[in-house]
Ligand binder design. Sequence first.
Ligand SMILES: C[S@@+](CC[C@H](N)C(=O)[O-])C[C@H]1O[C@@H](n2cnc3c(N)ncnc32)[C@H](O)[C@@H]1O
Length: 264
Amino acid sequence: MEKVNDLDLSNWKELTDVWTDSLWIIPNRDNSGAHNGHYHGNFVPQIPHQLLTRYTKQGDFVLDPFAGSGTTLIEAQRMGRNSIGIELQKTIVAEAIERIHSESRPGIVADTFVDDSRTFDTKRILETYKIQNVQFVIFHPPYWDIIKFSKDENDLSNSKTLESFLENFRQVVNNTISILENRRYCAVVIGDKYAKGQIVPLGFYCMQVMQQEGLVLKATIVKNFEETKGKANQLALWRRRALQNGLYIFKHEYIFVFRKEATQ
Ligand SMILES: C[S@@+](CC[C@H](N)C(=O)[O-])C[C@H]1O[C@@H](n2cnc3c(N)ncnc32)[C@H](O)[C@@H]1O
C-alpha cells in the first residue's frame, strides 16, 4: 500500500503518541500558542493533529472548507503541512489569520479564502499554489442549526430543513473532493442533535452522504466532549430533561474517516 504519512513503521512500538483506537477521550484542549479556543464551535487541535499524523506527510496540502478560527491551519503549519481554509465569515477569517501568522513557518503555506465552500472555485487553489491536488480534506461543518454561526443565508447553520442542510453539505463535499488526490483520505467531524424529543442523527446522515458520493468509510471514531459553552449554564436543566424524557445528554461526537478511490 502507498504510504500516506511519515510514520516509520519499522519503529512502530515507539509510536505511542499516535492513536489507533476508535474511542478518543481528550480531557483537555491544547490551548498552546495560537490555539486560544475562543471560537464557539471550534474543535480541539488534537483532532487535526492525530488525523494529519496518520494521513499526511510533510509538504502535503490540507484543505479545510469550514475553517472557522483556523485550528486546522495552525496545527498543519506546526506539523510542516501546507493548509488552505475556506470560511464564509470575513471577520472570523481576519482574526484567524492574525493568530495563524503569529506562528508562521518559512516555506509553509497557511492561507484562508473568504467564500462559500459549496461554490468556491477550487481550481483557484491549484492555480495559486501550482499544485495538481490536495492530499487531505477535513470537514467540520455546523451541526446543522445547533450553533448559528452567522446570519448569512449561505451558512449551513441557517439551512431551513434537515434535507437542505444535507444537500448543502453534499455540495461542499463534491466541490472539494474533486481536488483530493486519488487514494488519499478525508474526515468529517460532526455530532448529533435533539429536536422535538428525538435524536436527529446528523453524524450518520453526513456519513451516508459521503458514502453516496463514492467515498469509502475507513474509520468511525467516537470522541468525548465536555460541556460546551452553551450547555454549561444549563446543566441542571438538561439533566432534568434527560430524566424526564428518557434521553441521554450528548457527551460525544464522531470523526468519520474516508478514502477516495482511484475510480472517482
Ligand atoms: C463547526 S465550525 C468550524 C470550526 C473550526 N473547525 C474551528 O476549529 O474553528 C463551522 C464553520 O463553517 C462556517 N460555514 C458555514 N457555512 C459555510 C459555507 N457555506 N462555506 C464556508 N464556511 C461555512 C461557519 O461560519 C463556521 O465558522
